[in-house]
Design a protein. Structure first.
Length: 74
């Protein structure tokens, strides 16, 4: 069962647009990626990876995604 719906900040939307990514991409990372640092997750795809920065709203435990990026896998 999925938790609260994810909130996306305006900074996220600007970054997503610049990378040609969407809320759907970030949601996929949030639910299927791996945590590599506190509040940071990545998911590897074929030849590249997408990463997100997020935190949980402490009052309602809603995930808030603040930024994302895409890079070739090392």
């Amino acid at each position: 069962m999925k938790g609260k719906s994810i909130y996306f900040t305006n900074n996220f939307r600007a970054k997503a647009k610049s990378w040609g990514l969407s809320e759907k991409d970030a949601t996929d990372v949030y639910y299927h990626g791996e945590t590599i640092k506190p509040n940071m997750m990545i998911r590897k795809y074929n030849g590249y990876e997408i990463g997100i920065y997020f935190f949980l709203n402490p009052q309602i435990a809603q995930p808030i995604i603040t930024s994302l990026w895409k890079r070739e896998q090392r």
